[in-house]
Design a protein around this ligand. Structure first.
Ligand SMILES: [Zn+2]
Length: 142
């Protein structure tokens, strides 16, 4: 959806139609997740390696800036996006010493959207929308 918005206002009508169709389709698409956290001061080099690996679209400079921001400003950064529930859990477990405050959010949400999300205590997962936890009810990508 971000990509459509970036294409500018002349595509807006097209975008509106796409969004409507998209939403219907989206209800059936498996839900993916993002993993967020702050680089642990003791593991900055490893945090940079992980970020470069999990988000290959970032430039080297963006990786360095993100990691720095997450420590100096204590702002959670997006470590991985568009991952299935299995990988999200795996990253949360494996990166426990590399990032502080690891959180799994439904894709498309950010930690600052906390007021618009709900939390599943079983899966320790933030999700949005009117339906329940996507893992509990089997709508999550595996
Ligand atoms: Zn759940």
């Amino acid at each position: 959806m971000k990509a459509y918005i970036a294409q500018g206002s002349e595509r807006w009508d097209v975008h509106a139609n796409v969004t409507r169709n998209h939403r219907c389709k989206k209800m059936e698409d498996p839900i993916e997740f993002g993993v967020w956290g702050r680089a642990a001061p003791s593991a900055l080099e490893e945090a940079k390696r992980v970020l470069a690996r999990e988000r290959p679209g970032l430039s080297r400079m963006e990786v360095l800036k993100s990691v720095a921001k997450s420590t100096t400003a204590a702002t959670p950064i997006l470590i991985a996006e568009g991952v299935g529930w299995g990988k999200a859990q795996d990253l949360r477990m494996r990166l426990d010493t590399v990032f502080d405050g690891l959180q799994i959010l439904q894709d498309g949400y950010e930690p600052e959207d906390e007021g618009r999300m709900r939390f599943c205590n079983v899966h320790r997962l933030f999700f949005g929308g009117v339906l329940g936890c996507p893992v509990c009810d089997g709508r999550a990508a595996s």
